[in-house]
Design a protein around this ligand. Structure first.
Ligand SMILES: C[S@@+](CC[C@H](N)C(=O)[O-])C[C@H]1O[C@@H](n2cnc3c(N)ncnc32)[C@H](O)[C@@H]1O
Length: 281
């Protein structure tokens, strides 16, 4: 049997739920993964976003640029693949090997200090990364600056089905302190909808997302018994995938003094005043 026959029969990560992703080689997807299957999440998110050929898309927290390559190839968009932990010099190699050097541009940047012009992007997508910085009440007010008015911002990733104060017993072993940044679709909806910055178009949970999470892990991380056992014990009661899409309102009035990359200072206006009442005479 030759190699082609082997790969033809390789059914790993083939899924009716993700027809576009199913065309990609499972070894490539797994070798470049950073936890979740970012291609599945990007495909899920893409079904509720408007992605037209030629659009400029920011893939924020792109990790190893799997979603960036996927979006560029599937939707013929240009992608600025931006990440903090993975260097641009590493990502350019996989982007080149994927044949996307003309459409996917790797950058090393912090989500709190983005090097882009206002309104540069037609859309912003964030896969399994937004929780690390997007819970900041002021962050949307910053990120929205980079998408044109009327453009969409979409996030997708691991999440919880309901908010809780006490970690359920069966999650306790897996629940390290970083898990507290996971939130429910309703939490995220409220987080954005109460601002006047975006209209929230979608905030929902993947149907049977816990099964999808298990299916990915059974293929990509079959030895991760802690995560697999926890997911199986939970049966989707708490853990799964969430996504949200907001469209920047045309009239959104962003407030730039509190942007995280703001290096400006107020003009000097110091005048001496007595500190204590009995010094005032
Ligand atoms: C779980 S990984 C997901 C990566 C990729 N999106 C994926 O799904 O494979 C989280 C990513 O968020 C990125 N990240 C975390 N904090 C960030 C920040 N402040 N600015 C930019 N990226 C950040 C990390 O660099 C990391 O690649």
């Amino acid at each position: 049997m030759n190699q082609l026959d082997n790969s033809d029969r390789d059914q790993r990560l083939v899924s009716d739920q993700f027809p576009r992703s199913s065309a990609y080689h499972p070894d490539w997807v797994m070798a470049n993964a950073m936890g979740s299957n970012s291609m599945w999440l990007a495909e899920w998110l893409s079904t509720v976003m408007e992605l037209q050929p030629g659009m400029r898309v920011l893939d924020l927290g792109c990790g190893r640029a799997v979603s960036s390559v996927f979006l560029a190839r599937e939707f013929d968009v240009q992608v600025w693949a931006t990440d903090l932990w993975i260097s641009a010099s590493e990502n350019i190699q996989r982007i080149r090997d994927a044949g996307c050097l003309d459409r996917v541009f790797p950058l090393h940047a912090d989500a709190r200090s983005l090097p882009f012009a206002a309104g540069f992007f037609d859309a912003i997508i964030v896969i399994d990364s937004f929780s690390y910085y997007g819970t900041d009440d002021l962050y949307l007010n910053y990120l929205a600056n980079f998408v044109k008015p009327g453009g969409q911002i979409g996030i997708a990733g691991a999440g919880i089905m309901r908010e809780f104060e006490v970690v359920p017993d069966h999650l306790r072993e897996m629940w390290t302190e970083d898990f507290w940044c996971l939130h429910s679709a309703d939490w995220w909806r409220r987080h954005w909808a109460r601002t006047q910055i975006v209209d929230v178009e979608v905030a929902d949970t993947m149907e049977d997302g816990w099964k999808t999470w298990i299916a990915w892990h059974e293929t990509a991380h079959p030895d991760n018994n802690l995560e697999l056992d926890t997911l199986k014990a939970d049966r989707g009661e708490n853990l799964g995938y969430i996504r949200m899409v907001g469209r920047r309102r045309k009239e959104a009035a962003l407030v730039d003094y509190c942007w995280p990359d703001n290096l400006r200072f107020f003009p000097p206006e110091y005048a001496q005043h007595p500190l204590l009442r009995n010094e005032s005479a």
